[in-house]
Design a binder for this molecule. Sequence first.
Ligand code: NAI
Length: 350
Amino acid sequence: MRLSRDELKTLMKNKMMAAGLSEDHAEQTSEILTWSHERGYASHGAVRVEYYSERIFKGGITTNPTFTWKETGPCSGILDGDNAIGYVVAKEGMIKAIEMAKKNGVAVVGMSNMAHSGSIGYYSEMAAKEDLVAITFCQSDPMAVPYGGTEPYYGTNPISFAAPTADDRTVVFDMATTVQAWGKILDKRSQGASIPADWAVDEKGAPVTDPHLVNALLPIAGAKGYGLMMMVDIFSGVLLGVPFGKHVSSMYHDLSQGRCLGQMHIVMDPARFVGLETFKKSMSQVCDELNAMTPAPGFDKVYYPGERAVMRRDKAMEAGGIEVVDELVEYLRSDDIHFDRYDHKNRFAD
Ligand code: NAI
């Protein structure tokens, strides 16, 4: 069913507050979840609230955290998030990075000891809205084989970048470094459908089409995606002194413990390079040229990254609200906080 933006956000906020999150943190988190859901990233929207509520309720998210900000140079710093909800830590880190980049031209800000921060495009977009260019990377739990390997070693380690234009368009690229998210495998299991052979592997590292045999996800573009997920883990894990590679905590392992994840924002002020106005004008030109290109057979248009997400949001608003599956709405409207479904769960189990 369709919910208005306000109703969806308020329901998610209230549920996380009922689980024990502060009003401020629940407000910020539900705003970012709504941002994702309305852009068509339902996998990073309302569906996550029950899991967060269970972790909050069981103590694996610090609800009254002490953030520690250490400026390590004119252009660098680390924010220790005290295992608070990741959305608030990543947002706070981006606020610091924006301030620093405006002052000193460049900012490299790491966040350590945080929980999951959702769709990371939100944070790079924050910088673009302030006329800055940004990249952000974060760790996620080990689910992907290295190229040629048999065991999960890296997470779906996402990468996002964003840049402003001279008009109201914002380029926001935002992707996992695996071919598909784990949620898509679960969808196929529930439909009784098979998966394409380039999505995942079994215990021997061989490609599988039966979603029940999946033991790990495959990186995008073979060895190239493997290199990218390693890069993400170096920037947002090894560099920050948090667990890295296969030592990154599992999302569903022990919901009473903090996840100790890392994230990295790199923000640059175009004024220190080509100049802000020239940069923005050139970015508008890039978007115009891409949009004007004759599309290939089977395509309706060439889009710039992030364009379709905004179109999905606008379409949802025109249609009277954001589509949310009925069972999820029922849960959000109920008095239930969680159903004890995630703690100590093997993510590859049926
Ligand atoms: P996706 O495959 O839907 O999109 C990836 C990128 O490709 C987007 O920037 C999109 O704008 C662009 N794109 C897609 N189709 C396009 C087209 N026709 N023309 C132009 N550009 C196009 O994204 P994916 O990989 O499924 O990731 C979904 C979300 O999951 C992201 O928000 C990501 O941040 C989040 N995520 C978060 C993780 C975490 O641990 N916090 C882990 C993994 C993913």
